[in-house]
Design a protein around this ligand. Structure first.
Ligand SMILES: [Zn+2]
Length: 104
């Protein structure tokens, strides 16, 4: 019983070892193709262009706490932004712009 189990184990290991070489390189070429596709697709806007289209959020008060999206899984810590300047303040984490209400 025990020897049978061992021989089966060896067979499994042999099968694993005989996996065709080049699987990893295949994945690499897939990634590079995907990246190239992303870079060539000019019909879609880059994340930077998209965030620049979001109008500045008007805030009543001098300080805004930006959390990015309401989803905490995005890794955006709470960022307190001071709005003393005339120009819209940009959150360094998500790129959202805030402007003090009344300065316009
Ligand atoms: Zn933010």
């Amino acid at each position: 019983m025990a020897t049978r189990g061992v021989s089966r184990l060896v067979k499994t290991l042999a099968l694993t070892g005989s996996r065709p070489i080049g699987t990893s390189s295949g994945i690499t070429s897939l990634i590079s193709e995907h990246t190239a596709k992303w870079m060539q697709d000019t019909s879609k806007k880059s994340p930077m262009e998209l965030i620049n289209e979001v109008p500045p959020i008007k805030i009543e008060g001098r300080i805004v706490a930006c959390e990015g999206d309401s989803d905490p899984a995005l890794g955006h810590p709470i960022e307190f932004i001071c709005l003393d300047k005339k120009d819209p303040a940009i959150c360094k984490y998500c790129g959202l712009r805030y402007v003090q209400h009344g300065h316009y």
